[in-house]
Design a protein around this ligand. Structure first.
Ligand SMILES: O=C(O)[C@H]1O[C@H](OP(=O)(O)OP(=O)(O)OC[C@H]2O[C@@H](n3ccc(=O)[nH]c3=O)[C@H](O)[C@@H]2O)[C@H](O)[C@@H](O)[C@@H]1O
Length: 432
């Protein structure tokens, strides 16, 4: 018989035996004293805890963070409505996630400038220097775009935003970007690119009316394909990185939400986007920094000693593609979580159609910076990078009116001008 057999399954039904009753009588006054002291101390402790902890009001009343400071909801609401209000009744009302990111900032500005209402959302994470994100936020604030600081995984926050504003569109650009970083921090890709995306779609599908969704997929979904140029009809089932796998998963998830809930969804496969206010984790950006500092850069070459190549695409061209996708997006057909009919589901390549070797990128930077790069050429490591990318953009040209016009040299010239002015205070001012 184990000691557990003496413990009653239901409190109060246990009848103590004689020995137990004797022991109880002898120690009853001591037990009472201990009990009262414990009770008193517990009450005191709870009281002290209540006094010291900040009150955490229920979610609808909590404060929305505006980035640099916390603003009460009432004040945020004013800013939110002002930012999200289109200039005319024909304008769109767009939620831009990842608004303080590279593409997010450019797209938000373009939308606002042409008269659409834009509300930004960004978590200002530290994947790369957040001071750059804060600088982009300042530019957006000047243009009248307000960024709510928060994560796409925060369902309560998203719900608050959707309750406050009837978004016609969501431009979903928040993501964990970067191909190589996926080996260091795989969880962040699942968190943002899968869980965060699902969360956003959940809130969107329940909205009434549902917004149309335009979101950033990636050229990396073509993975190890060797047939070029990459067409939307090609297979995308051999990703070379976890990053690519999460973007591919996003495309399948988009299909599900379109199928079940009638959400109109357009995915855009961006091809190595570069330009002013770009991402410091990308090669063109840190090559510039390192060449300027006289630091050695590592240039990858393919196993056959050929150069690794990318279909580098300039940011202004990408912005036009994003706006084209938004303007041609049809309405979602569902409302309040119920599908009412088939809805639009699209996927487009947004590339430049003229891939160039990374060695060419380095050559252009050397010329623009007037500095000879210290190069170390190494075989492409197994780090998630693919050997080449090349977009077929026929579909985007036809459906979105997409037509890239900036070649790598012209685009890098604008980038270098911005870089020198932003980081070194060069007198040659960049456009914004
Ligand atoms: O097209 C895309 O979808 C992707 O484009 C970029 O990814 P990637 O093309 O790899 O851009 P970079 O990281 O800037 O690399 C550009 C080229 O430089 C090469 N590289 C990179 C780093 C390095 O140290 N040396 C080097 O030669 C890479 O192999 C690649 O060929 C972005 O980082 C991804 O977020 C995006 O999704």
């Amino acid at each position: 018989m184990s000691h557990l057999d003496n413990i009653p399954s239901t409190p109060g039904k246990h009848k103590p035996d004689k020995a137990f009753r004797f022991h109880s009588a002898a120690s009853s006054s001591l037990s009472k004293l201990t009990l009262y002291s414990t009770l008193f101390l517990s009450v005191l402790l709870i009281f002290l805890l209540l006094l010291s902890s900040p009150s955490s009001p229920p979610s609808p009343r909590r404060h929305l963070s505006t980035g640099t400071h916390h603003t009460p909801l009432s004040l945020s609401h004013k800013l939110i409505h002002k930012s999200a209000r289109p200039r005319s009744t024909t304008g769109h009302t767009v939620l831009v996630t990842g608004a303080a990111g590279f593409v997010g900032t450019h797209v938000s500005l373009a939308l606002k400038r042409r008269g659409d209402g834009v509300l930004g959302l960004d978590n200002f994470n530290h994947y790369y220097d957040p001071t750059l994100k804060r600088a982009r936020q300042k530019i957006l604030e000047k243009a009248g775009v307000f960024i709510v600081e928060g994560d796409i995984n925060d369902k309560v926050l998203l719900q608050q935003l959707f309750d406050a504003v009837l978004f016609t569109h969501v431009m979903h650009l928040a993501a964990q970007a970067g191909v190589r970083y996926a080996m260091q921090n795989p969880g962040s890709y699942i968190h943002s690119n899968i869980a965060g995306f699902v969360n956003l779609l959940e809130v969107s599908k329940s909205a009434n009316p549902q917004p149309a969704i335009i979101w950033a997929s990636s050229s990396s979904v073509y993975g190890l394909n060797s047939k070029v140029p990459f067409s939307e009809k090609d297979r995308t089932d051999q990703p070379a990185s976890l990053y690519a796998a999460t973007k591919k998963a996003g495309e399948e998830i988009a299909h599900t939400y379109n199928h079940i809930y009638g959400l109109s969804i357009t995915g855009l496969r961006f091809f190595t986007v570069y330009g002013p206010w770009g991402r410091p984790d990308m090669a063109y950006f840190f090559f510039t920094r390192d060449i300027m500092k006289g630091k050695t850069i590592t240039v990858y070459e393919s196993p056959d000693k050929g150069s690794v190549a990318r279909d580098f695409t300039y940011i202004d061209d990408i912005v036009k593609g994003c706006l084209g996708a938004l303007d041609t997006a049809k309405r979602s057909t569902g409302s309040g979580g119920k599908k009412r009919g088939p809805a639009q589901l699209r996927i487009f390549n947004l590339g430049n159609t003229s891939p160039l070797p990374v060695s060419k990128l380095v050559g252009i930077l050397e010329k623009l910076l007037k500095v000879k790069a210290k190069k170390k050429v190494v075989p492409l490591p197994r780090n998630g990078d693919v050997e080449f990318t090349h977009a077929n953009i026929t579909l985007a040209m036809r459906e979105l009116g997409y037509k890239p016009t900036t070649d790598l040299e012209a685009g890098l010239k604008k980038f270098v001008k911005w870089y020198l002015s932003f980081y070194l205070g060069s007198k040659k001012k960049s456009s914004w």
